[in-house]
Every structure is written in C-alpha cells, then in structure tokens.
Design a protein. Structure first.
Length: 207
C-alpha cells in the first residue's frame, strides 16, 4: 500500500529545520558533551579574538615605533577603537537576528522551552560582553605589550559572562519568560551587559 500524496501535512513526518538547528547549535557545538553553554561562550570568545586581534597587532606596531622614539606610552587613534567597535556591533546584530529566529525554531522542533543544545544565545551574549572593548583604549606601555592587555580582558570577559549567565541577576530571569527565541536569547544579553560593565570597571580600577 503506497502513501497517499494527498494526505494532510499533519499526518506526515515534519522535516527538521536543518539550517535553523545548524545556527542554533553553533554549527554543532551544542551537541558536544559536558556544559554545551561553555562551548558556546568559547565560540563567542574565539570570534571576538578573530575580530579584535588585528587591532591589538596594529597597536603593538604603533607601540614599537613609540618605544624606538623614546616614548613610554602610545595610544592608537580613537578611530581604531571606533572602527572595530562598529564591526563588532554589526556582528552582535547578526547574532541577535539569527539567534532569535533559529532558537525559536529549535525550541519548537524539540518541544522544549530552552533546549540544552542551543548555544547561539551564549555566543551572542559573549559577544555583547566584548562590546566593552570598543570603550577601552588599547594602550601599550613599556614592558607591557598590548597583546597581554588584550588577553587579560578577553579572559576576564569570558569568566565574567559565565558567572552572570549562571547567576542570572535581574532582569535576566524575567527575560527568560519572553516568548520563543526571545526568551532563550534575552537572558544571555543581560548577562553580557553585566559582564561588559565588569570589564569597564576593571579598566576604571586600573587593571
């Protein structure tokens, strides 16, 4: 007996939203064992490194020239921070749009409010954290390469985001109640804002 091509769609197996699941799981990172959210945060950190490392390297080049001229400190043009900050903001916007869409599709597919395999929220939240880099002067000091300063903020941003993502301070838990993909994503954006504020506080304290 052959299947009836005229059968209602509800009686046929639904195809999984493959593209949405690919994005939502961070191209499969969400399927890795043990703490998929941490893998998502590491992916967000890796993307930030790829974006900002040219800025750190260019600043190091400026610093070397300043040291050769006898200066102890060099600050790159503000345009450098603004340019990379704008690119970072665009990247965050991309993760916001694709994240809400893909996370919502994944939640519907798995019939869960917030499927564990979805990590696009951690990727997006981690990138929100590193928006603070645009407001931190990439200053090079004698005996202290800019790359060292960059690693310090990248590592601190990762740790701070994981802490706030787990803690979920106000209004993160309230944001989880939003519908569909918005609820999956919004609490991580809140955690990212708190973590970014922590990076700015570190800078203000002289770290």
């Amino acid at each position: 007996m052959t299947a009836n091509p005229e059968a209602p769609a509800s009686t046929q197996a639904k195809k999984p939203p493959r593209l949405a699941l690919l994005v939502a799981t961070g191209f499969g990172l969400g399927y890795l064992p043990l703490a998929p959210g941490t893998w998502g945060s590491l992916a967000g950190t890796a993307v930030a490194i790829l974006l900002w490392w040219p800025a750190f390297g260019f600043t190091n080049h400026l610093a070397e020239g300043a040291y050769a001229a006898g200066s102890r400190i060099v600050k790159p043009p503000w345009l450098l921070n603004a340019m990379f900050g704008f690119l970072h903001l665009v990247l965050v916007g991309v993760t916001v749009v694709t994240g809400v869409w893909s996370a919502g599709k994944a939640a519907k597919h798995f019939a869960q409010k917030d499927p564990q395999v979805v990590v696009i929220d951690e990727i997006s939240g981690q990138l929100v954290t590193y928006l603070a880099l645009a407001a931190i002067p990439l200053a090079g000091e004698m005996g202290r390469p800019v790359s060292d300063i960059g690693w310090k903020y990248l590592l601190a941003g990762f740790i701070l985001f994981r802490v706030f993502d787990i803690w979920k301070p106000w209004p993160a838990r309230q944001a989880e109640k939003l519908a569909s993909g918005w609820g999956i994503m919004a609490d991580d954006w809140v955690a990212g804002l708190y973590a970014g504020a922590g990076l700015l506080a570190m800078r203000a304290a002289g770290f």
